[in-house]
Design a binder for this molecule. Structure first.
Ligand SMILES: Nc1ncnc2c1ncn2[C@@H]1O[C@H](COP(=O)(O)OP(=O)(O)OP(=O)(O)O)[C@@H](O)[C@H]1O
Length: 495
């Protein structure tokens, strides 16, 4: 039978693919090409050409199918707007030739995966694959229709609108004014959050504690068409397992001991509005199943009741855990992950937000002045600002806020001095590394410990240099590539 369609695999080139250079090709792309028959492969990459060229050459030696690789310039691998603008024309060109598009989801960042799913499930009808060491290459079943279930108006959102929204000159909605920043990556995140606010898609916010996940969630709600309806926040990690069902879905009087009256759950309280599920990664496997069912069916049954209630909430989830890793490790349900991880935002920790410390400090002090006259007119002296800029904030805006409040409370005059700020800082004791913590009286195996240390740094250096032994040896202060190989062999270090 003649082939009617050209079957093309499309993928970003990821770090695990590049590791293959110098050996047999490995990584998700090669595994997929080995296992599934395609007519062509189209690869996008945001790594420097020098790093990618040897990989492509290696692939070409091992396969006869046509390989086309295309460099994409991204200011950040999580920039949704830029990723969209790179990916959309590529898929459009393939679709216009009648190509059967298959997308490999594994390589790339969660933002890249989210854009693949958005486009591959809406504008272009694509088949999805993923490849992992544990499960090999699999076709991915994405058990929902984005266009039908989440974005009924997708067809009326024109490319121009999407492009305009992706363009950083779009004015930020006032709902985002509370998010104080002058850091370029945070400004972009505000733009992306605004894009997501306008559409009824679930949002997943990653970030260390106190980085502003709830602040973003509230801003998304306030900028969305649901702004007049409730915003309900729930910390999933703080609810005991036996109460999670009734907290989420409500209960009938008498459903269990202590249920003295009917009570609505957060889904009902947030009806028509937004439900923010913080510490989402902490939900137990049982709760994950029940939540998934409610999200799939759009209906819930309160504990102890027979009556079904329709669910009309927008879900925003937040976590500090890497959920992709939790999915790979089997602790988090993959189907639930894909259901909530449509719009993904990664909030950087405070220590990575250049330019924000000083600005935030001023805003926090001013805001505190509005709440309590004790703080009115308090200012940071130049010395206090210097200490703030030099302090290794662990990532947390809350830590900065409470330090400033303490310093302002203790300061005698209008100006907070350096000494007053220093006094207000809590310094965390450094944790002694495990490696130095063994009890010698119980005996230690020095060779094992040396091997552990060597493996840690050698693997890091190899990853950092794209598996280039000469460069890695240099980074580790070793004489040559041969010396590095000797270490690898001596301690049996896996690469
Ligand atoms: N960019 C910012 N501008 C102004 N305030 C901020 C900013 N980021 C965080 N904050 C403030 O820091 C505090 C912590 O923020 P938030 O509760 O949103 O963090 P979170 O990531 O949800 O924390 P957790 O993970 O602990 O729940 C809040 O008082 C918030 O207003």
């Amino acid at each position: 039978m003649p082939k009617s369609l050209h079957k093309t695999l499309v993928s970003w080139i990821g770090g695990n693919d590049l590791k293959a250079v110098g050996h047999e090709p490995a990584g998700p792309i090669w595994s997929t090409l080995k296992n599934i028959q395609f007519d062509a492969v189209k690869l996008l990459y945001a790594y420097p050409y020098e790093q990618v060229a040897p990989y492509i050459a290696l692939l070409e030696c091992h396969t006869d199918i046509a390989i086309e690789a295309c460099e994409v310039s991204l200011s950040s691998p999580v920039n949704f707007g830029e990723i969209y603008l790179a990916v959309e024309p590529c898929l459009a060109r393939l679709a216009s030739k009648g190509t059967e598009i298959s997308i490999l989801l594994s390589p790339g960042t969660p933002a890249m995966q989210a854009v693949w799913i958005l486009l591959g499930k809406t504008k272009f009808s694509a088949v999805f694959y993923q490849s992992s060491l544990e499960k090999g290459v699999e076709k991915v079943r994405i058990p929902f229709e984005l266009a039908a279930e989440f974005v009924p108006s997708i067809s009326v959102i024109s490319d121009n609108k999407f492009r305009a929204l992706a363009d950083s000159r779009v004015p930020i909605n006032a709902a985002f004014d509370n998010i104080v920043t002058q850091n370029p990556s945070m400004l972009l995140l505000k733009q992306q959050a605004q894009m997501l606010a306008e559409r009824h898609v679930p949002v997943l916010i990653y970030g260390e504690t106190g980085t502003g996940k709830e602040l973003f969630a509230r801003a998304i709600h306030n900028a969305s068409p649901r702004r007049e309806k409730p915003f309900i926040a729930l910390n999933c990690g703080a609810i005991p397992e036996e109460l999670i069902d009734s907290t989420l879905f409500g209960h009938k009087k008498g459903a269990f001991t202590g249920a003295v009256a009917d009570r609505s759950g957060v889904f009902q309280q947030a009806d028509g509005g937004t439900l923010f599920l913080d510490e989402f990664g902490e939900l137990s496997p049982q709760s994950q199943v029940r939540l998934l069912r409610v999200l799939q069916e759009g209906r819930l049954v309160p504990v102890g009741s027979d009556a079904e209630h329709p669910v009309d909430v927008r879900i925003i989830t937040a976590t500090h855990r890497n959920l992709m890793e939790a999915v790979a490790g089997g602790q988090f349900r993959e189907d639930l992950f894909y259901r909530v991880a449509v719009g993904v935002l990664h909030l950087p920790p405070l220590r990575a937000r250049q330019g924000d410390l000083s600005l935030l400090a001023d805003v926090v002090l001013k805001a505190q002045g509005g709440q309590d006259s004790v703080f009115l007119g308090k200012k940071l002296s130049a010395e206090a600002k210097k200490i703030i800029l030099q302090h290794p904030w662990r990532g947390n805006v809350r830590e900065l806020q409470s330090t400033l409040v303490r310093a302002a409370l203790w300061s005698a005059g209008v100006n907070i001095t350096g000494a007053e700020l220093q006094q207000a800082l809590f310094t965390m004791p450094e944790r002694e590394p495990e490696l130095l913590n063994h009890d010698v009286s119980q005996g230690v195996d020095l060779n094992d410990l040396m091997g552990e240390l060597a493996a840690h740094y050698i693997q890091n250096a190899m990853a950092h240099t794209g598996q280039n032994k000469t460069k890695a040896a240099k980074l580790l202060g070793l004489k040559s590539q041969q010396t590095l190989s000797n270490w690898i062999e001596k301690y049996g270090i896996e690469q």
